[in-house]
Design a protein around this ligand. Structure first.
Ligand code: FES
Length: 166
């Protein structure tokens, strides 16, 4: 092997080693720490939570006509003390508008049954599945749903903090 050939070979080898160290060093430095998986936050304006404490009567369509009362001072319904919030209970979603009025509609989107969420900013109900939107009376304002959500009568006794739904 000629001297020049030898030096070229050594130079390439040293360069390769330096490059390899740099790459491995760089990749270690660039590797991010394992990402923390954020906790799943349940929706505050609807979602799939079913509540029972503070409930009197029937909120299940399978058991007959919807006819119940909720005590909004009880833990499962106390969210409703705050305007702009909602809870799902049985087969309905109970929403309190930003103005403090109560709206109660069936929770299942009439398109394919996904539980709707309450959008407090404009008092609508939105399905996250395919984007249907229903107004405060349950009527469809955006498809693909074509049938209105059934709306129930809601009467609030502010002295007793009891909401009656039929
Ligand atoms: S299930 Fe609600 S829009 Fe399709």
């Amino acid at each position: 092997m000629e001297r020049k050939e030898f030096l070229n070979l050594v130079g390439i080898s040293v360069g390769a080693i330096i490059l390899q160290n740099c790459i491995s060093g760089c990749s270690k430095a660039a590797d991010p720490a394992p990402a923390l998986v954020p906790p799943v936050t349940p929706p505050t304006t609807g979602g799939g939570t079913t509540t029972v404490s503070g409930l009197t009567g029937n909120n299940s369509l399978a058991k007959g006509a919807i006819d119940f009362s909720v005590d909004i001072t009880k833990t499962d319904f106390e969210t409703l003390k705050t305007n702009g919030q909602a809870v799902v209970s049985g087969d309905v979603i109970i929403a309190r508008t930003k103005a403090g009025d109560f709206l109660v509609v069936e929770k299942a989107c009439t398109h394919q049954g996904t539980t709707v969420d309450f959008i407090a900013d404009n008092s609508t109900f939105k399905c996250s599945n395919h984007g249907s939107i229903f107004d405060a009376s349950g009527s469809v304002i955006k498809d693909p749903a074509t049938k209105a959500l059934k709306k129930y009568s809601a009467t609030f006794d502010s002295a007793k903090n009891i909401l009656k739904v039929i």
